[in-house]
Ligand binder design. Structure first.
Ligand code: 5RP
Length: 261
């Protein structure tokens, strides 16, 4: 790996081999999402706990302080909205020269395996990888399921992750599921866990993140389960401790309960 790419990778995967990304990109197809009405404020409130924010260029330029200490992973696909019939109808939205201008450490591209626009989204991934490889920028593939949440199972996700890795993604983001070890063992590049809709309890999130990491994921890219929590800083701190300080879920939950009362 070239020095530049290795250097960028080291910014988004910490020396312990783990990572914690805060996803604040949801507005790119959902508009103002509950808890994420002002993504810049969410970023500044939580930046101290996370290794990177996952964000679109519009929000980054408009709302995020350029002196922010955490890394930036740019969401570079879009082209549909939550009211579109076909959520998979995405194209690349951000050219690689803008990625460089924004000093992003990495980019994220959604891929919709089995959906109407499967081919187009795989090509989005390969085209972005071809551009990013010229500049040493890692690409995170996002295995997107759109409205079909039932796709979050090992057979589908291991196929989706493997295809993304074969295309050249440096990291693949996917969902935790039963038999997650099958997803991990079939994927030759590091896997990061996405969150999904807000769960009933904090412990549930801490448990699936912990299990996912035990089974081989390198970390998380979480959004709603942090900034839709009524104590987002406590949740971010608990996840940070679980990911980087090997705290077990129950202890991380105690940390959550006792944080900044
Ligand atoms: C939204 C995304 C998000 O980054 C990803 O789903 C993680 O967020 P959440 O934990 O809220 O699911 O790709 O388009």
């Amino acid at each position: 790996m070239d020095w530049g790419k290795a250097n960028r990778m080291s910014k988004v995967v910490k020396p312990d081999g783990k990572c914690f990304y805060l996803a604040i990109d949801h507005g790119y197809f959902q508009g103002p999402t509950h808890g994420l009405e002002r993504p810049g404020d969410v970023a500044s409130t939580l930046a101290e706990f996370v290794d990177a924010i996952f964000v679109s260029r519009g929000v980054l330029r408009a709302q995020v302080d350029s002196k922010i200490k955490t890394q930036v992973i740019l969401r570079v696909t879009g082209g549909e909205s939550m009211v579109s019939e076909d959520l998979s109808n995405e194209e690349l939205t951000t050219a690689v020269d803008d990625v460089v201008r924004l000093n992003a450490a990495a980019v994220g591209v959604s891929v919709y395996i089995g959906d109407k626009s499967e081919h187009q989204t795989i090509m989005n991934l390969t085209n972005m990888i071809n551009d990013c490889e010229r500049y040493g920028i890692p690409v995170m593939a996002v295995t997107a399921v759109g409205r079909e949440l039932e796709k979050r199972e090992a057979r589908y996700l291991s196929m989706a992750c493997r295809i993304c890795a074969e295309m050249g993604a440096s990291v693949v983001k996917t969902y935790y599921c039963e038999d997650f070890n099958k997803v991990i063992s079939g994927c030759p590049v590091p896997v990061v866990i996405a969150g999904g809709p807000k769960t009933e309890s904090e412990l549930e999130v801490l448990e699936f993140v912990y299990k996912g990491i035990q089974e081989g994921a390198i970390g998380v890219n979480l959004g709603r389960n942090i900034w839709q929590n009524n104590r987002p800083r406590a949740m971010a701190r608990a996840l940070q401790a679980l990911i980087h300080e090997n705290l077990a879920p129950k202890l991380a939950h105690e940390l959550y309960l006792g944080f900044e009362k």
